[in-house]
Design a protein around this ligand. Structure first.
Ligand SMILES: [Zn+2]
Length: 293
């Protein structure tokens, strides 16, 4: 139990609850606990992580398969051969994210726990991350490793890519504004070939533009401080802005890269909206025109 206790000394929980049939995303919750543990050097972290696995494995292991695929350690209650495409995607996810966002992830391990059912998932989390029980998937940052938990259901692959995107972003940046964190996780949660045109948010935003006179509001998204401030429309809108950043004019990407550089520098960054407005006249119309296509 020392493993879980030390882990819970410092954690924040990102969790998503998806309606299985209708609105895919309904609730996202984050809880942040006070940090009191200092980060250990990588080599020490690695040793202690290995030891912990050894201890866990000494008991009756619930894992059917355990696979190291840098930076991931995947532990699964079912054969990973059943989700071969997902495992392959995870291998590509860090490369995609680093190249598209011009970021470099630190080699902090990411543990991915996959459960065969909601029952065993809840059982596992109840004693380790009780706040995560009843959520469909979650990412828990930690000083030794990021941890992703998910269970087998129709949207497992989306959930794992979504939560693992959070883990990778938090390995790359000292701080990730919540709306960008979620917008990017939504963007990367589907397989790479579908990312530019295949996300359900694309149709949702087209419809909103056509029927509801939807307008982007980057500044309002920037005002969100906690996951609980983000509703389903905010996720959709954050995805829309991220899509504009990824596939819109080059100036939009340039603004994002400058913004990330500022975050990396440790100084208070100029809001991304400001970087965008300096480079793109009529930003709102440019975003609408991009998303209407
Ligand atoms: Zn998320």
């Amino acid at each position: 139990m020392t493993h879980q206790n030390s882990h819970l000394d410092r954690f924040s929980i990102e969790s998503i609850l998806r309606d299985m049939r209708y609105a895919p995303l309904t609730v996202c919750l984050i809880l942040i606990a006070v940090a009191s543990v200092t980060a250990s050097p990588w080599s020490r972290v690695k040793t202690s992580v290995a030891k912990r696995f050894g201890q866990d494995n000494a008991g009756a292991s619930q894992w059917t398969e355990e696979r190291q695929l840098e930076p991931y350690l995947i532990r699964s209650e079912f054969p990973l051969g059943d989700i071969q495409d997902l495992v392959q995607d995870l291998g590509d996810l860090q490369v995609d994210l680093e190249s598209m966002l011009r970021l470099e992830c630190e080699p902090r391990p990411i543990q991915i726990y996959l459960f065969s059912s909601k029952r065993t998932y809840d059982q596992y989390l109840r004693i380790r991350v009780p706040e995560g029980v009843n959520r469909q998937a979650l990412y828990v940052p930690g000083t030794d490793a990021g941890r992703v938990y998910a269970y087998r259901q129709r949207e497992l692959e989306i959930d794992v890519r979504h939560e693992t995107t959070h883990a990778l972003l938090h390995n790359a940046l000292p701080y990730v504004p919540i709306w960008i964190d979620e917008g990017l996780a939504e963007y990367f949660e589907i397989p790479a070939p579908s990312r530019s045109k295949g996300h359900r948010h694309r149709k949702e935003l087209r419809d909103a533009i056509r029927y509801l006179r939807w307008k982007p509001n980057v500044e309002a998204l920037e005002g969100k401080r906690k996951l609980m401030d983000m509703d389903a429309n905010d996720y959709r809108d954050a995805w829309g802005i991220v899509h504009f950043l990824m596939h819109g004019p080059a100036e939009a990407r340039e603004a994002l890269f400058v913004y990330f550089d500022e975050i990396q520098s440790g100084a208070a960054p100029t809001p991304l909206s400001q970087h965008l407005r300096e480079r793109i006249p009529n930003l709102n119309q440019a975003i609408i025109d991009h998303l209407k296509q």
